[in-house]
Design a binder for this molecule. Structure first.
Ligand code: ZN
Length: 283
């Protein structure tokens, strides 16, 4: 099942993608694609609906982030051996955790705002993991049971804020407005046979920059979920970004960063595609 949130910012409605690719309105079934609507029982009920009997959404509405009311947006750094190499850092012995501000979350095709004083804006295509069931101290062998589904994400980063102004931690460069496009869809776990065999790509102005496969993760999704659940309780609707493959602007020689007017397109097999236009900070 592919779940979406569509409509104007902060007023998104829940929907699902039917067999023809059209959006069907789920407003009569769930309040939002969020929290308790992501439990195994709730998803089972939605999956049993006859999509063709749900109201058809006409036109091409804006897509919002595919999960609403996210209480935590967690991210894992340096989780692909080849990306750690390009960053010039030894692969970590344990997952590297940082937090992205939930206020950074936006729709998959919303413009990316280059913040004031930014000149090192960068991209990171990533697999997003959406939690469906409260998880605390879970076993790795059962960790995927706590996952509602997956989505495409861009872990947009300001490298100057991240690496030179952070006092050793990265959050300043990771949480600016529009730095976390999520979607287009939340694809339920049953549709993703193996989260460790998904190809990822990202283009800037039509030029391929990032290529990878989740098979190259240092710490697989199940390990990440179990590991994080030993430090904090994962709540339904929480999202974990699982790291990026090589090809970020920072890793290029010389580095190449994003500028207003640039067009970014990214995707993951089975999870759809995002498109962002970079715009200058409007102030
Ligand atoms: Zn990242």
């Amino acid at each position: 099942m592919k779940l979406v949130r569509y409509g104007e910012r902060d007023h998104e409605k829940p929907g699902l993608i039917d067999a023809t690719g059209a959006i069907r309105d789920l407003s009569g079934e769930v309040e939002d694609i969020a929290a308790s609507a992501l439990s195994p029982q709730a998803l089972k009920r939605l999956a049993a609906l006859d999509a063709s009997a749900l109201p058809l959404v006409s036109g091409k509405p804006r897509l919002g982030p595919c999960v609403g009311k996210v209480s935590k947006l967690l991210a894992i750094g340096l989780n692909y051996a080849d990306h750690a190499r390009e960053a010039g850092i030894a692969p970590p012995a344990e997952p590297v955790l940082f937090m992205k501000a939930v206020s950074a979350i936006c729709g998959p095709n919303d413009d990316t705002i280059r913040p004031r004083d930014s000149n090192r804006l960068d991209h990171e295509v990533e697999l997003g993991v959406v939690i469906g069931t409260r998880a605390s101290y879970v076993e790795e062998s059962r960790a995927l049971d706590y996952v509602a589904g997956y989505c495409l994400a861009n872990d947009i980063s300001e490298r100057g804020f991240q690496l030179e102004r952070g006092g050793g931690q990265w959050d300043k460069g990771k949480g600016c407005d529009t730095f976390a496009p999520l979607g287009p869809w939340l694809v339920t776990r049953d549709e993703i046979a193996d989260p460790q065999n998904l190809s990822l790509y990202l283009d800037v102005n039509g030029e391929r920059r990032q290529t990878g496969n989740t098979a190259n993760m240092i710490f697989p999704v199940a390990h990440i979920v179990a590991y994080l659940s030993c430090f904090l309780t994962l709540m339904p609707g929480d999202v974990i970004l699982t790291g990026t493959p090589p090809g970020v602007g920072l890793g290029m020689k010389p580095p190449r960063f994003l500028n207003p007017g640039d067009e970014v397109r990214l995707g993951i097999a089975g999870l759809g595609e995002q498109h962002q236009r970079i715009i200058a900070w409007p102030g």
